[in-house]
Ligand binder design. Sequence first.
Ligand SMILES: [Ca+2]
Length: 246
Amino acid sequence: MKRITRFRMIVSLVSVILPASAVAAAEYTIDWHTVDGGGRMSSTGGDLELSGTIGQPDAGVMSGGDLELVGGFWALRPALVLVSTEPPADGTLPKTQNNIIVCTFDAPITLPSSGDPLAITELADPNSNVTSSFTYSVDPNDTGDPTGATLKATENGAVLPDLTWYHVTSAPGWTTVTPFAFDLCTLRGDAYISGRVTTSDYSMIKAHLGERDTDARYDLNGSGRVTVADYSVVKANLGHRAPAKP
Ligand SMILES: [Ca+2]
């Protein structure tokens, strides 16, 4: 009797495994696998400690190309981490309209299913809110990042007053990223991120005259193209400095 039962079990297992192998061979292959009996510590007593979870199969995140597998009872998808911003923290937004904020993460991002990914307020007035004054997009191309790990926030026209500090944070609803915060100041004409508008900002424009790039920092009037008209933004704001942070 026992032999028959065991035989039936083997037949059942083979019948489950074969179709799966056929499917895997069609498009994907699994080069190796393990079935582990435990992992993760959880129990201690005196000098003894027991680490174990029954049926814990390979906790962790595995990835290859565009595919990712999160396995095991204990596995959690690690929150993405902000790697850099453009402008950098405490940098300046130089345009008269359509300023751009770019946030680059350590892996491809997914925007929240509802609501904006960032929350933006005036630094001096936490109750203010200009979040909806920006359009947010995952930006796989404009910044030259093919992985989709960048968020681009584009000011909708001319909204932000000049010489004003803003506080930028991840929105509470954007739970797939590690919370972050940084500050920026509007300073029209500061093509060089020097914190002051000087004649050297002219040369930045001159070096890029004629380029069409909506993200360009030296497109100071936010027209989408660098032209001699951008000189006038420098001229109109010469000598301006970013004010001290509130
Ligand atoms: Ca322009």
